[in-house]
Design a protein around this ligand. Structure first.
Ligand code: AMP
Length: 403
């Protein structure tokens, strides 16, 4: 199958590189691509701009592309996915109404508030209803955001009410074009930031590894904010408990809320989270696509086949990406695997949550029983599997010291 990646940045290089490794893929086209994608094995650039939706559709048809993955937000917010589907082409990304999560901060803030998802207190203004006295009554610093897309430049953190009022007025005056017709002004949140990126199929969610971007231009977080100078993964601020909180309090209610509102979300979803010192995972922003530069380290770490995941999401079977492998091989070994959080679905055993399996070994000593149990564990795998490697360690320590 041929894949088309739309975009020309580091994110698209990483996505193309990853897709080219899939056994299902014969060739990856990148429109328009860059110097790196041009030299990657099994990858070819196509000279069509990322915003040229009709040109992209013509390219996908001419090249018989089986799946298109959209990198940047511009074409998503402009409705590229709706246009591809209308032309009978498979395209991975949110439809235009769901992409408002990135296209309109005013929409997102109202959505978050309505669904009880934690975020900074705020007000939205247009030139006509701008209330300077509201701004002057707020605590400082204060954050002023152009509601629409502004290439990462439309957010200002200001230390005085005068500056905040001036910033809002210059946004109304067109500093960021139509993106500043609406302005969100919100409370400044302290804490540590993390990028939490998932993919969704309208209902089911699959979380990627966490990451952390470095937005400031210079070392030691000095200098102005940029689109992102570099990133690493995983982000230690998102430990296991925080991961669960973000899923439960942010990501799940967002995907459920969008489905309930009649705009189900299929695609990559990027939550910019500020973890408050009290542990609350506040949403700073949503992006309706993968992050750049976060994609690059995450793709380096991803073991699964990205093309298979995107196809599963388009088929609304992302829950099957949690299928358990190795159970048949384990059944041939001594010992026994008991199930807890599993379910059967079309011949596959899927993870249904919680404690998933319990592998039991039998032996004349705890050490022997432990090795038998872990031999079972080592044949079994699923995405996100976790287990202790030391069950029985106290008894084994005693056995060793008694020898
Ligand atoms: P955004 O595009 O909304 O994520 O904002 C860009 C950057 O501004 C974020 O990554 C944060 O570093 C910072 N920021 C945005 N909103 C706030 C806020 N309410 N409190 C503190 N920092 C913020």
């Amino acid at each position: 199958m041929k894949i088309l990646i739309v975009g020309s940045g580091g994110r698209e290089h990483a996505l193309a590189w990853k897709c080219a490794q899939s056994a299902k893929v014969s060739e990856v086209l990148v429109a328009p691509g860059n110097g790196g994608t041009a030299t990657e094995p099994r990858v070819r650039n196509a000279d069509v701009a990322a915003e040229d939706i009709q040109g992209l559709i013509a390219l996908a048809k001419a090249e018989k592309v089986g799946l298109t993955i959209i990198g940047p937000e511009g074409p998503l917010v402009a409705g590229v996915v709706d246009a591809f589907f209308a032309a009978g082409l498979r395209c991975f990304g949110p439809r235009q109404l769901a992409a408002r999560l990135e296209g309109s901060k005013a929409f997102t803030k109202e959505f978050l508030k309505r669904h009880g998802i934690p975020t900074a207190a705020y007000a939205t203004f247009t030139r006509d209803n701008f209330d300077e006295s509201w701004v002057r009554a707020q605590r400082l610093p204060i954050v002023v955001k152009a509601s629409g897309l502004a290439a990462g430049k439309g957010v200002l953190i200001l230390d005085s009410a005068d500056e905040a009022v001036a910033a809002a007025r210059s946004m109304f005056d067109g500093q960021f074009g139509a993106s500043g017709d609406e302005v969100v002004i919100e409370e400044f949140l302290p804490g540590e930031e993390a990028s939490f990126i998932v993919m969704a199929d309208g209902k089911n969610i699959l979380a990627f590894a966490t990451s952390q971007d470095h937005k400031r231009l210079r070392d030691a977080d000095a200098g102005p904010n940029t689109g992102g100078m570099g990133a690493y993964s995983p982000a230690p601020v998102v430990d296991r408990a925080m991961h669960e909180r973000i899923m439960r309090e942010v990501i799940e209610p967002t995907i459920r809320g969008l489905a309930k509102d009649g705009t189900p979300y299929t695609g990559f979803l990027y939550a910019g989270i500020m973890v408050h010192p009290d542990g609350t995972p506040n949403v700073l922003e949503y992006n309706c696509r993968f992050g750049d530069p976060e994609t690059q380290p995450i793709m380096m770490r991803l073991k699964s086949d990205l093309v298979e995941l995107c196809e599963a999401a388009l088929d609304k079977t992302l829950d099957r990406a949690h299928a358990i492998t190795g159970l048949e091989a384990a059944a041939k070994l001594p010992g026994k695997v008991f199930h807890a959080g599993t379910k059967r679905d079309e011949g596959q055993v899927l993870v249904s949550g919680g404690r998933v399996l319990c592998a039991v070994g039998l032996g004349a000593s705890v050490s022997a029983a432990q090795s038998q149990a872990y031999a079972l564990v080592d044949t079994i795998a699923w995405r996100g599997m976790q287990c202790r490697r030391d069950i029985g360690f106290r008894a084994i320590a005693r056995e060793k010291s008694a020898r």
